[in-house]
Design a protein around this ligand. Structure first.
Ligand SMILES: [Zn+2]
Length: 535
């Protein structure tokens, strides 16, 4: 009997945490950050206490009470006594690994809390993107996915409190097992990237190791890794051979991006396994059709061609395919695409594994926008990027004096640079991202509109608030291709893979599958939060 227990991604989009158990062997399928539930309790100025380690997320139900899988250094004294009486508490002796579907934090973020000894299985691109995101991003204690700084409990003399102090203990890297290539075959430059940041003598750097598929790792499960198309590079679905047959986990996927054929190959590969169960995402079940990445290019080009003044393009910086869409538009319109140093770092990282990625040094249409106000202690990775591509750096004054020459890749959080740029009235703000999903994002959208109004920028593709609804004007649609398959595509996946049991996750409307697939031979099992499905 195989047991699947669900601790996240149930009636919610994101936060996937699934435990698969088969005769004493265990795997976690993703271990994501539950944004929606997190926001029920927290906001920017009300955060979990990093010094309390596991206590806050466990008490608030943001982490499942599974003793034995988390980092010891994040335990406050007596932590587990508090949870041993609750029904969902379990002590797990051993977990063989996490099968990570992709680098979005709603699938990977809570890996931060897991024991360092639990290996993470992922594609090489996912491993590298995760490292690039962490190297160049915030270092909150709950976002240390690739490596973490162990803490030590200490309290200043004379105080009674319990304190966690980040100590001088060496930074520790997790064991990543890459599923799609031999780590030995990586270029010396790629290996140097993986080791970067671990130069202290005592640092616990871990070499990349391989998966059962690529050779020699001692995972007791037979696994398959299927690359799929999603809005971040490196996404994959997984197949796990269990005592009850194959279990397939889709991760997040779509059929309308630049890598659609990968998702198609996944369907064929997964169907050939004749799986016992398919755990399938259902983010966009209610959507009837998709905007394709190709249409984003065409609509973006139409909007930007002939526009006067500066163009600002707002899209998810981790969506490398979208960045390349806008690079193409920049070339067609005779502008330069000005990206941020962290985007340049990600692009450079991608090129280590996918040589067809543009080389920033040789790409005449890319510039790197550096913040106006210098930091006294710039991060090393920024300094390296800015030195390596010195002749690509542009500052606010360069953009201000030649506004028609640039498409600036900014998001909402970069708007505070505008006082230095002073965009000319009539400049264009192209919005190529998703609509607001919650109140907090709605407030941000109102702020965004204020910024545009203040500087006389024209929005394009930007949702407007009309009678309490956020709507994109009809003539400005088609500037964002979602990372997720629409309802019809999801039904096609289920029908063609033909599992005996279909388990929808990562969806606010899982009953969509019950409505549309009743009468088929598939059993549809709707998981509940903290519940177990036996197969
Ligand atoms: Zn995703």
């Amino acid at each position: 009997m195989v047991r699947l227990s669900f601790y996240g991604g149930i009636n919610e989009i994101g936060g996937n945490k699934i435990l698969l158990e088969d005769a004493g062997r265990r795997l976690l399928l993703d271990f994501g950050f539950p944004y929606k539930r997190h926001k029920l309790f927290y906001e920017e100025y009300l955060k979990p206490r990093s010094g309390a380690g596991l206590l806050d997320p466990l008490v608030l139900g943001l982490l499942p009470p599974l003793e034995g899988i988390y980092r010891d250094d994040l335990e406050v004294p007596g932590l587990w006594q508090q949870f041993r009486d609750i029904p969902s508490y379990r002590r797990l002796e051993q977990v063989d690994g996490v099968l990570l579907s992709h680098a979005h934090l709603d699938h990977s973020g809570h890996i931060s809390f897991l024991r360092g000894g639990i290996p993470v299985y992922a594609t090489s691109v996912t491993a590298f993107v995760i490292k690039a995101m962490q190297d160049s991003g915030k270092t909150d204690f709950d976002q240390q996915v690739c490596y973490f700084s162990p803490t030590r409990r200490e309290c200043p003399a004379g105080w009674k409190q319990t304190a966690f102090l980040t100590s001088d203990l060496p930074r520790q890297q997790r064991q990543f097992c890459v599923a799609d290539r031999e780590p030995q075959a990586l270029s010396p430059e790629a290996l140097r990237f993986w080791e970067w940041g671990f130069w202290e003598k005592t640092a616990k750097q871990k070499e990349l190791s391989s998966c059962p598929m690529t050779g020699h790792h001692d995972c007791s499960f037979n696994l398959r890794c299927f690359p799929v198309d999603h809005s971040i590079p490196g996404a994959c679905a997984w197949g796990i051979e269990t005592g009850s047959g194959w279990v397939v986990y889709s991760g997040d996927l779509r059929f309308h991006g630049k890598r659609a054929e990968l998702s198609q190959n996944f369907i064929e590969g997964a169907a050939a396994l004749r799986p016992r169960a398919l755990i399938l995402e259902g983010t966009n079940v209610e959507r009837e059709s998709n905007v394709a990445e190709r249409e984003v290019y065409e609509n973006g080009l139409k909007a930007i061609k002939g526009s006067k003044g500066l163009v600002i393009a707002d899209f998810s910086p981790r969506d490398v395919d979208r960045l390349l869409t806008f690079l193409q538009i920049a070339k067609e319109t005779g502008r330069k695409l000005a990206i941020l140093p962290k985007d340049a770092y990600l692009l450079k990282t991608m090129r280590l594994l996918e040589p067809e990625t543009p080389d920033i040094a040789r790409e005449g249409s890319i510039a790197i926008y550096q913040d106006t106000i210098a930091s006294r202690y710039p991060n090393l990775w920024v300094r390296n990027i800015c030195q390596e591509y010195e002749d690509k750096i542009v500052l606010a004054e360069d953009v201000a004096s030649a506004q028609e020459d640039f498409i600036l890749c900014f998001s909402f959080f970069d708007l505070n640079e505008l006082p230095s740029i002073r965009p000319r009235a009539g400049s264009l703000y192209v919005y190529s991202s998703s609509e607001p999903h919650d109140e907090e994002q709605e407030i941000d959208f109102r702020r965004l509109h204020k910024w545009l109004e203040h500087f006389g920028l024209r929005g394009f593709g930007l949702p407007l608030e009309i009678n309490g609804e956020w709507v994109i004007p009809d003539a400005e649609r088609g500037l964002h291709a979602s990372g997720h398959a629409c309802g019809a595509d999801l039904l096609k996946i289920a029908r063609e893979i033909k599992p005996e049991i279909l388990i929808p996750v990562h969806s606010e409307h899982p009953d969509f599958f019950v409505e549309h697939l009743s009468g088929s031979k598939m059993d549809i099992a709707l998981p509940v939060m903290g519940g177990t499905i036996e197969i």
